[in-house]
Ligand binder design. Structure first.
Ligand SMILES: Cc1cc2nc3c(=O)[nH]c(=O)nc-3n(C[C@H](O)[C@H](O)[C@H](O)COP(=O)(O)OP(=O)(O)OC[C@H]3O[C@@H](n4cnc5c(N)ncnc54)[C@H](O)[C@@H]3O)c2cc1C
Length: 469
């Protein structure tokens, strides 16, 4: 879960321990490690490369885009750095990246956007505080009911099936049902897990442990962290990898400017890229791994960022709003980012089915127009023209093909283990979608990078960490 908008019972997870122990479960390579090519300069690839480089290995990173960071992308929006991909360090107390950010001297601030301050429906109008609090309770209880719903509906049920069954049993008024469902389905499930609800597996939703300590935002953007970790590395940009050939002698990685030989390759490209088949493997990946890749998928969280000259949304200050327009799932989540950005800024989040269809059919102008129309609905008044806007396209970007992984109906966390398993002791895999318990997050990508470096023999990652003061 990348966007942790819901207060849940806290389950401690000592991810920090992974910094010391990760890699122990995967057998060490039997071939000597002489040169490693890392495919992808996102958090997983940069972390692995940093650790290998610090340990004295020869390592080269090939990155398809003309920038590093991958799904971390801090953009200067009219003089203000805004994160268009990952924005939150989830669970400050358990998140290993908080220690890394501390050690590098970055400033991060608490940013728990759990509260929905405003909710409105195009049909029912605005909801009051009592109704919002009740809907929050109704939505939250769904997660406590998951074991019973799974027993009732079976292993092939989707989250949409679960939500239908849950609300069928609650004798709520139509108005309370509308808001309760929007709180659960739009605000939590489609913005956290972000895939269309009929595709999300009921069995595996909400099985990722919540990290303790609340969420934080890095002032100046997440990009700084990845830039800092990448310092001094041999990174080749605009190198689209198209083919990986491996045999007993080593690997050859083919990309835009030619071919590079190495003893090992680490692929950190998103599952969406592996599914698309734009990287050929010779010989083909084992049937079991290809089948796992086919079963897994990426979700579709997208953002529209609205920057204004003046701040005019007092009722949303440091908070969030939930919109139910007349189009199902259309841009439901509004988040005030003004204090973190240092300028009047709203981030509009949307995911699920709506994101898939809107990304395929609407242009940027239309997406901004929909975001502004829904903002007017939320505030109940007209709004000025933004001074700057930014629209993301993670879903259609050929180098991400979605936002982050989720477990679809018919898949299971074991598929991520299968994806992670090395092939022929030459081809290694890392990235957020290769470790279920921390999947869909930046710290998951980071830990996967640490893990693969350790598997290749790195004893110390050389990545500094310091406690919060
Ligand atoms: C909108 C959005 C919001 C998010 N919010 C949060 C959040 O608040 N908190 C959080 O923890 N996580 C969040 N995430 C998830 C987080 O961004 C990812 O889990 C994490 O950044 C993934 O890192 P990675 O290294 O595994 O993959 P990536 O960052 O995707 O890196 C893979 C790299 O491979 C490159 N690549 C792809 N194909 C090729 C090729 N053929 N040849 C060479 N290179 C290639 C890509 O360009 C990319 O740079 C969010 C993601 C999105 C999209």
């Amino acid at each position: 879960m990348a966007y942790d908008a819901r207060m849940r019972s806290l389950l401690a997870l000592s991810v920090v321990a992974c910094l010391a122990a990760c890699g122990g479960g995967t057998p060490r390579p039997t071939h000597p490690v002489t040169r490693v090519v890392v495919v992808g300069a996102g958090m997983a690839g940069i972390t692995a490369a940093h650790a290998l480089d610090a340990a004295g290995y020869d390592v080269v990173v090939l990155e398809a885009r003309d920038r590093i960071g991958g799904r971390i992308h801090t953009v200067d929006l009219a003089g203000v750095p805004i994160d268009m991909g990952a924005a939150w360090l989830h669970g400050a107390r358990d998140n290993p990246l908080v220690g890394v950010a501390n050690a590098y001297g970055f400033t991060h601030v608490a940013d728990d956007v759990d509260d929905v301050a405003l909710a409105v429906s195009a049909v029912e109008g605005p909801f009051d505080d009592r109704e919002i609090a009740d809907a929050f309770t109704v939505a939250d209880r769904f997660f406590g009911r998951l074991p019973a719903l799974r027993r009732q509906l079976g292993p092939e049920a989707s989250v949409a099936d679960g939500s239908d069954a849950y609300f069928a049993d609650l004798a709520l008024t139509p108005r309370a049902t509308l808001l309760g469902r929007a709180m659960l389905e739009r605000s939590y499930l489609e913005l956290d897990y972000a895939a269309p609800l009929p595709l999300q597996s009921l069995r595996w939703v909400d099985e990722d442990p919540t990290l303790r300590g609340g969420d934080r935002i890095l002032l100046g953007g997440y990009g700084q962290l990845v830039e800092r970790l990448a310092e001094g590395l041999d990174i080749r940009l605009s190198e689209v990898v198209t083919r990986v050939v491996y045999d007993d002698q080593g690997v050859t990685v083919h990309s835009t400017s030619g071919a590079m030989s190495a003893s090992h390759v680490i692929l950190t490209v998103p599952i969406g890229v592996l599914r698309a088949g734009t990287i050929a493997f010779e010989p083909p990946l084992p049937e079991e791994k290809s089948a796992a890749i086919e079963r897994l998928d990426l979700a579709n969280l997208e953002k529209v960022v609205l920057r204004f000259e003046t701040f005019f949304w007092d009722e949303l200050e440091d908070n969030s709003g939930l919109v139910m327009s007349d189009v199902d799932g259309e841009m439901p989540g509004y988040y005030d980012l003004t204090s973190e950005a240092g300028a009047p800024t709203l981030v509009v989040l949307y995911g699920g089915d709506y994101a898939r269809s809107a990304q395929a059919t609407l242009n940027d102008e239309e997406l901004v127009a929909r975001a502004l129309a829904n903002l007017e609905l939320l505030l109940g008044r007209s709004v000025p023209t933004p001074s700057a806007t930014y629209v993301t396209h993670w879903t259609t970007d050929p180098f991400s093909r979605g936002s982050y992984s989720f477990i679809p109906v018919g898949a299971s966390p074991a598929d991520m283990d299968t994806l992670r398993a090395p092939v022929a002791d030459r081809v290694f895999f890392a990235g957020e979608g290769t470790r279920f318990r921390t999947s869909s997050t930046v710290h998951g990508a980071f830990l996967s990078g640490v893990e693969v470096a350790r598997t290749l023999g790195v004893a110390s990652t050389g990545i500094p960490t310091a406690p919060s003061r």
